[in-house]
Design a protein around this ligand. Structure first.
Ligand SMILES: NC(=O)c1ccc[n+]([C@@H]2O[C@H](COP(=O)([O-])OP(=O)(O)OC[C@H]3O[C@@H](n4cnc5c(N)ncnc54)[C@H](O)[C@@H]3O)[C@@H](O)[C@H]2O)c1
Length: 335
């Protein structure tokens, strides 16, 4: 059994707590949040010790790992307090608000040598893994990806998601999943550009993000990609289509499938995925084995995906093509 504590018991934190109750190898020893209502809910539902003070929880419960599920600007101090006590960290995406902060977190991780994982759960998808095998060594000309979600339509969704200065909006918060999985499957991105707009919900004091996006990415020695993103679709779609002269393959992450044809052979693969369970099982296995090997998204690697999000934000704000990596001083624009 691996002793783990959760920090941040909001929407996704409670989801992780629920997932932990389904994992035999993890013992949940404590939950911390600044919000008393969230703690009361957790205590009632999961009957686990709850704390308002993070350091107090670390000292009292002595976890081997922490799962950090706080908003993106709350990372560095939580990682530092854990890492200095030798406590391993699972950190929700996005890995940091800025590359400067990400660099500081990386330094703490490197100095302390803790096991680290970032919550890019699509890397644990069996369908994505199948797709990766099928794509290996192939020359791909085009990729079309789509992620449609109804986050901006949900009345009870945490309000900070709609404040661009905090969440960075859909590109920073959610499209980073697409950028990350694209890198995992296709390699590194060189240049980005795109268009954004408010096609369903107009901007206001409480809604400073855009809701719809059309993006383009150019890979180093790789394909061209277009990506469509929405936060105002009343369902959920997450798909990639990969094209070459002899291949048309669609990876559907909501369904857990890969379908299409390669070299004249038809491909049809479907496998049930429990992505959040799979990523936390990998984290607990890594702690048990004292090895980073089971982790598919290290903190250092996740910073490359953060770089793409920041470059894309800059491209959208300036209406320019941006080279990924030219944005080392980038911070999110507060409109
Ligand atoms: N991987 C995914 O699919 C996925 C899905 C949803 C959210 N997320 C990520 O999870 C993170 C949290 O999102 P959420 O939807 O749960 O937000 P939320 O607002 O519902 O919850 C965040 C919680 O963190 C608490 N918190 C803030 N600072 C704290 C601190 N210093 N110490 C203790 N608690 C603190 C808040 O009080 C709040 O309860 C974000 O980074 C988000 O992008 C990931």
């Amino acid at each position: 059994m691996v002793r783990v504590a959760v920090v941040g018991a909001g929407w996704h934190g409670q989801g992780h707590i629920n997932t932990i109750t389904q994992i035999d190898q993890i013992e949940l020893v404590g939950v911390c949040d600044l919000n008393e209502n969230h703690l009361t809910k957790v205590l009632k539902k999961f009957n686990v010790p709850v704390y308002k003070n993070y350091v107090e929880m670390l000292e009292a419960t002595k976890p081997e790992g922490v799962i950090l599920v706080t908003p993106p600007e709350v990372r560095l101090e939580l990682v530092r307090e854990a890492a200095e006590r030798g406590i391993h960290c699972f950190i929700e995406k996005p890995p940091a608000r800025t590359l400067e902060e990400a660099q500081k977190v990386t330094e703490v991780i490197n100095k302390t040598g803790i096991i680290n994982s970032v919550g890019f759960m699509y890397r644990y998808s069996k369908a994505a893994e199948k797709c990766r095998e099928l794509l290996a060594g192939r020359s791909i000309t085009n990729v079309q990806s789509t992620m449609l979600d109804g986050i901006a339509l949900r009345e009870n969704w945490p309000k900070w998601f709609f404040n661009k200065g905090i969440s960075g909006g859909p590109i920073f918060d959610q499209t980073i999943h697409i950028f990350d999985l694209s890198r995992y499957l296709l390699g590194e991105v060189e240049m980005v550009c795109g268009f954004q707009g408010n096609k369903h919900i107009q901007k206001s004091h409480d809604f400073t993000i855009e809701d719809s996006f059309s993006l383009a990415l150019n890979y180093k020695n790789g394909p061209l990609q277009t990506h469509t993103h929405s936060w105002v679709y009343s369902g959920f779609v997450c798909q990639f289509t990969f094209v070459s002269s002899d291949m048309h393959l669609t990876l559907d992450l909501a369904e857990g499938s890969v379908r299409g044809h390669i070299d004249g052979d038809s491909i049809s693969y479907v496998e049930e995925d429990e992505l959040y369970k799979q990523e936390l099982e990998a984290f607990s296995k890594a702690i048990q084995e004292k090895s980073q090997e089971p982790i598919r998204s290290s903190y250092q690697d996740s910073v490359e995906s953060l770089s793409i999000s920041l470059a894309m934000l800059e491209a959208l704000e300036t209406n320019k093509i941006v080279n990924v990596g030219d944005n080392k001083e980038q911070v999110i624009h507060i409109p």
